[in-house]
Ligand binder design. Structure first.
Ligand SMILES: Nc1ccn([C@@H]2O[C@H](COP(=O)(O)OP(=O)(O)OP(=O)(O)O)[C@@H](O)[C@H]2O)c(=O)n1
Ligand SMILES: C[C@](O)(CO)[C@H](O)COP(=O)(O)O
Length: 216
């Protein structure tokens, strides 16, 4: 069987970050966010990497670059179409530069028992559901709740089948594991740490800057 292929999605604009350049190219601790995430994939021993990039961006050396899509899942689809070999796929957000390299092996190993295995952290806050007016309608049982991250590993056929849906459904997907769930596939969580957070807001960028500078 051929080895795993990493798909690094980096084509988002980063509207919530509000930088003047696409988010993946914003520097954190002296290097573009994309480079930290790429380094983690390489440190995990993943040699074949496809990066989904914004229009006009140049692919880093040693990876296959493709143009991303209008939504995150379309970017995953574009990268998957360029993935070499036939091995499993591991999808990672460029916006999670603090990922520990060992997490890639953990999610790939969990594919032995599922079509998809996703990094996730236990929820530590109390989580409530409220109506649009702010009235609380339910308090959820947090012992069953997980805050989902990337990396997310997939049997290749399961991801290909899950992504073969209308653009409207792809646009609703906040992660690719949901597409596997709705296609009837099995998905497992692999416990991760909240330290693998996604840089979404300026506050996240400040925290990541401090943590990555400490790392050196
Ligand atoms: N069309 C898109 C949208 C997102 N992504 C990638 O998916 C990851 C997670 O998305 P998010 O953090 O939401 O990034 P943005 O879409 O750029 O952020 P925002 O929603 O604030 O604009 C990021 O690495 C981002 O580059 C992508 O490749 N293609
Ligand atoms: C895939 C993801 O990182 C899991 O938490 C997240 O759902 C991406 O969401 P975003 O709205 O594209 O940031």
């Amino acid at each position: 069987m051929s080895g795993p292929v990493g798909l690094l999605v980096a084509a988002g604009s980063g509207s919530r970050l509000g930088a003047s350049i696409p988010k993946a190219f914003v520097e954190v601790a002296g290097r573009p966010m994309l480079e930290w995430s790429l380094e983690a994939l390489r440190a995990a021993g993943i040699g074949d990497i496809v990066v989904a990039l914004p229009d006009g961006a140049v692919a880093p050396a040693g990876v296959i670059g493709v143009r991303g899509g209008a939504t995150r899942s379309e970017s995953v689809g574009a990268a998957l179409a360029a993935a070499p070999g036939s091995g499993p796929i591991v999808v990672h957000d460029a916006a999670r530069p603090l990922v520990p390299p060992s997490l890639f092996a953990d999610v790939l190993a969990a594919l032995e028992h599922a079509d998809c295995a996703i990094a996730a952290a236990r929820v530590t806050d109390t989580v409530k559901e409220a109506d649009p007016d702010g009235a609380v309608v339910a308090t959820l049982d947090r012992s069953k709740l997980w805050a989902v991250q990337t990396p997310q590993a997939f049997r290749r056929e399961a991801l290909q089948a899950a992504l073969s849906v209308d653009a409207a459904i792809l646009a609703r997907a906040t992660d690719d594991a949901w597409l596997v769930e709705r296609a009837g596939g099995t998905v497992r969580v692999v416990e991760s740490s909240p330290a693998n957070f996604k840089i979404t807001t300026p506050h996240d960028l400040q925290v990541a800057e401090l943590l990555l500078r400490q790392r050196g």
